[in-house]
Write a protein of this length. Structure first.
Length: 211
């Protein structure tokens, strides 16, 4: 299928250096708020790219659940494929594709586990069904049928009854600690505006990139 003629021009006001915050996390917060106000579907959905010991890049969509100056946090099963890859190579890349605003944000950095206290705080805020789901799924492992998964759900529901669902020891959060963040604003004729923040010691260096 030849889809080479699928294209659209990116009409936007553009991005100037003077409009950027000196802090990329503050700049991200501004753009994230814009995405929410524009009713972008799942604005916290991000592509997470990892590479394990086999050097084969892997990518999937996860949800950003918290961010501050320390980094960008998501949650997963510590036995999942992504977790094994992070253990083998604790570096990752994130992509927020806010196409409805002609914007993208790209983030690269090292990955670290967050504290159990932080994971517990978030886990306690999840809907009960999601808490039970965390106990049920051996994420990324093969299973012969959907019925077996539903059987495990019933077993976990019986196990915990009406009481609180505890945090599984194999589930928690990771933080991507940014070392490079790029803000991409689409412009006509593919002459996009791109600004890159690079961490140098305790400061951020900002430079414009060619499209």
């Amino acid at each position: 299928m030849d889809i080479g003629d699928m294209r659209r021009d990116f009409e936007s006001e553009g991005l100037d250096r003077e409009a950027l915050s000196s802090d990329p996390v503050r700049q991200f917060e501004t753009w994230f708020s814009d995405a929410r106000e524009a009713s972008i579907l799942e604005p916290n959905a991000m592509s997470l790219a990892t590479t394990g010991a086999d050097n084969m890049p892997d990518i999937r969509t996860v949800l950003l659940k918290y961010f501050d100056e320390r980094g960008f946090v998501f949650y997963t099963n510590y036995g999942s494929r992504k977790a094994h890859e992070i253990e083998q190579n604790p570096r990752a890349a994130l992509l927020f594709p806010w196409i409805g605003l002609n914007r993208q944000v790209r983030i690269q950095g090292r990955v670290e586990k967050i504290s159990k206290t932080e994971s517990l705080k978030y886990f306690a805020s999840r809907p009960r069904g999601s808490q039970i789901g965390a106990w049920v799924s051996e994420q990324s492992k093969a299973i012969t049928s959907r019925g077996l998964l539903e059987q495990k759900v019933a077993e976990i529901k019986r196990k915990f009854g009406e009481g609180d669902v505890p945090l599984p020891g194999f589930w928690g959060g990771y933080r991507v600690v940014p070392e490079r963040i790029e803000f991409w604003q689409g412009r006509p004729s593919r002459l996009h505006d791109r600004f890159e923040y690079v961490k140098e010691s305790d400061d951020w260096h900002i430079q414009r990139l060619q499209p």
